[in-house]
Design a protein around this ligand. Structure first.
Ligand code: NDP
Length: 247
């Protein structure tokens, strides 16, 4: 797909990697539109880049449906969806602290499942519905993670990201007949606020395990998004962009 003039919806694009994807899409001649949950971030995005956005919590079915209906009425169906919104809420599955045994909190489980799994499902479903309805070819790019292989302290996050990978394969198989391709990217540790939250001594250990010897840059993930959108022979697969690291 040629990006020029294409409608691109990016979830969680108010900051971090999603914002970078939006800016790069704009520079490539596409028409990005961002959804996110914090109005100030959307306002800053608009002021800095001219890119429009709207508040949308991707976990709410009726709100996601309403957003895609309204977006399609105004702009036409999205040609590209970048399913980027994602959160972490790490904890150990079971932690023994003295005599106390602490369980993985249910609230951490539900928060992450709702955004990273249900949110991805809902946005892809609505984007695909409108692509099919309008007879448009389209591309869905899901953002997975290196943690999909099972990262310590991330029962919830790892479960959602491996599910994102399998949904990518299923949708790749099911949607090809409508001209819709689906791909995912599993980034390694990228120089973002999400990674800045990791304790420095832990981060140093992580970096020591990255063969390339550094964190990835948002630009490097953005290039992978563009590759999936532009390469018409790519579907149902996950690209690993992780500096060679294995978890
Ligand atoms: P950020 O936290 O910087 O950005 C994620 C954005 O999603 C935030 O703006 C966040 O809002 C928004 N968001 C959270 N919940 C919702 C919701 N319910 N509905 C809509 N938007 C929501 O993350 P990154 O840029 O670091 O990560 C982007 C993606 O890449 C995620 O899917 C992440 O799992 C994945 N990833 C990141 C890696 C990294 O190294 N950073 C590595 C591998 C994968 P708010 O401002 O409120 O937080």
């Amino acid at each position: 797909m040629d990006l020029a003039g294409k409608n691109v919806v990016i979830t969680g694009g108010g900051r971090g990697m999603g914002k970078k994807f939006a800016v790069d899409m704009k520079n490539a001649g596409a028409k990005p539109f961002v959804v996110d949950v914090i109005q100030e971030n959307l306002d800053a995005l608009k002021a800095e880049t001219g890119i429009d956005g709207k508040i949308l919590d991707v976990t709410k079915e009726s709100e996601v449906e309403a957003f895609f209906n309204a977006y399609t009425d105004e702009h036409g169906a999205a040609d590209v969806l970048v399913n980027n919104a994602g959160i972490t809420a790490d904890a150990l599955f079971i932690k023994k602290k003295g005599e106390e045994i602490i369980k993985f909190p249910m609230s951490n489980w539900e928060k992450v499942i709702n955004v990273n799994l249900t949110g991805v499902f809902l946005c892809a479903r609505e984007a695909a519905y409108h692509m099919v309805k309008s007879g448009k070819k389209g591309v869905i790019v899901n953002i997975s993670s290196i943690s999909r292989s099972g990262n310590l302290g991330q029962t919830n996050y790892a479960a959602t990201k491996s599910a994102v990978d399998s949904m990518t394969v299923v949708w790749g198989k099911e949607l090809t007949k409508y001209g819709i391709r689906v791909g995912a990217i599993a980034p390694g540790y990228i120089n973002t606020e999400m990674v800045a939250k990791i304790r420095q001594d832990m981060l140093d250990k992580i970096i020591a395990n990255i063969p390339v010897g550094r964190l990835g840059e948002m630009e490097e993930i953005s290039k992978a998004v563009r590759f999936i959108v532009e390469n018409d022979f790519f579907t149902g697969r996950v690209i690993e962009v992780d500096g060679g690291m294995r978890i």
